[in-house]
Structures are given as structure tokens and as C-alpha cells.
Design a protein around this ligand. Structure first.
Ligand SMILES: CC(C)(COP(=O)(O)OP(=O)(O)OC[C@H]1O[C@@H](n2cnc3c(N)ncnc32)[C@H](O)[C@@H]1OP(=O)(O)O)[C@@H](O)C(=O)NCCC(=O)NCCS
Length: 177
């Protein structure tokens, strides 16, 4: 799907394919150094391109989830994913999302485009709610989620522990479709 960003440029969002493996790894590794709000410490991701490639290949076979890549002037600058929290019938109304972008591309509306892609997937797959976890200090991400109608439904104290020994709480947020 194509979107027009706040700066007038075009963003293309499509499913991730195995040939994106190298660019995806570059994004994941860089993003870990650019924000404290993701799940890994910088340098913790040691996946090879081959492993990432087969991870993407397996993902394409999985009808319970989708992985998207966002392209700006031909460069992979963002990634989002959505999937059922569990595949059993009693949980099939629930999905979870995750988002990340290179820091240089924050604030252009790319997160919003990726959110729209995930909401479309959820609607097409009969999902009734979207959930996510967000670090309590992540104001930018929470602004994006609130804009799309997500509300905080709980807090997990000390969800993350950083190398300096400090902790961060996480909010669970939910959007009912
Ligand atoms: C979180 C993230 C995906 C947001 O993407 P983005 O492209 O910067 O978001 P958008 O530009 O679509 O902004 C969404 C809304 O938040 C608002 N916003 C942006 N930064 C904000 C800030 N610091 N405080 C308050 N509101 C802010 C924007 O104005 C926009 O609303 P608008 O369209 O009505 O103007 C991106 O910043 C990112 O990858 N961060 C690092 C990884 C991360 O934190 N991922 C989420 C983990 S839960």
C-alpha cells in the first residue's frame, strides 16, 4: 500500500520478503542503539542474514501473523508486525503489534501508516482487539497509540532491567476494533 507522508514523500508498506533480510537486520541492530524502548540491549541481536531470511520465509507461511516493511525512497526504514497472541479458539480474537523505525525517520507519519496496515490486517483476519506493551516513558509511541484509540489497561512494574541496573515499567494497551 502507498501512503503520502507529512513531508509529501511517498511511503510504500508491503509484506516483508526473504530478500529484505539484510536490510531488516541493519534496521533491528541500529534501532537497538537508537532507543531504550525496545526489548534488546545494543549488540544483543546476533542473528545471521541466513537465519533472518529463513525466519521471514517461515513467517510468510504463517496465516496467524504478518510482518510488514516500510520503504522510503527505496530504503527499508521501518518494520511492524501483527499476530494472534495465541492460536487456540478462545484467544483468536486477540492480536499483538510491534513497531520500529530508524530515528532519522521518526515524526514523518510512518508509524501511523504502519498502524493502518496492521489495523487492516486485523480487520481482514476477524480479529476483535489489538494489544501491545510499551515502556512507560515512551511518549512518542504512546502518542501514536492513543491517536488510534489504544487505552492503557494495566501496568507491569519493573518489566525491563537495563545494564546500569535501573528498571522501566511497561503499560499494556488495548484497542477494541
Ligand atoms: C514509536 C514510533 C514507531 C512512532 O513512529 P512515528 O513515525 O515517529 O509516529 P508518527 O509520526 O506517525 O506520529 C504519531 C503521532 O504522535 C505524535 N507525536 C510524535 N512525537 C511525539 C512526542 N514526542 N510527544 C507527543 N506526541 C508525539 C505525532 O504528532 C503524531 O500525531 P499526528 O499525526 O496527529 O501529528 C517510532 O518513533 C519508533 O520507531 N520509535 C522507536 C521504537 C519504538 O519505540 N517502538 C515502539 C515500541 S512499543
Amino acid at each position: 500500500m502507498e501512503y503520502t507522508l507529512k513531508n509529501g514523500k511517498t511511503l510504500t508498506v508491503r509484506q516483508l520478503i526473504p530478500d529484505d533480510a539484510q536490510e531488516m537486520l541493519d534496521l533491528l541492530k541500529t534501532a537497538d542503539t537508537e532507543t531504550r524502548f525496545l526489548a534488546r540491549n545494543p549488540g544483543e541481536l546476533t542473528l545471521t542474514v541466513e537465519k533472518e531470511r529463513s525466519f521471514i520465509e517461515n513467517g510468510l507461511q504463517d496465516t496467524n501473523s504478518a510482518k510488514f516493511a516500510a520503504f522510503y525512497e527505496g530504503k527499508l526504514v521501518g518494520h511492524c508486525s501483527i499476530g494472534l497472541v495465541r492460536s487456540r479458539q478462545r484467544f483468536r480474537h486477540r492480536s499483538e503489534v510491534a513497531f520500529l523505525l530508524y530515528k532519522d525517520f521518526w515524526g514523518l507519519g510512518i508509524g501511523s501508516c504502519m498502524m493502518e496496515e496492521c489495523i487492516r490486517w486485523a480487520q481482514e483476519h476477524g480479529v476483535l482487539q489489538i494489544e501491545l506493551d510499551v515502556v512507560a516513558q515512551n511518549e512518542r509511541a504512546m502518542a501514536l497509540y492513543r491517536k488510534y484509540g489504544f487505552e492503557i489497561c494495566g501496568t507491569l512494574p519493573r518489566a525491563l532491567r537495563y545494564p546500569d541496573g535501573t528498571f522501566a515499567d511497561e503499560y499494556r494497551m488495548i484497542k477494541i476494533l
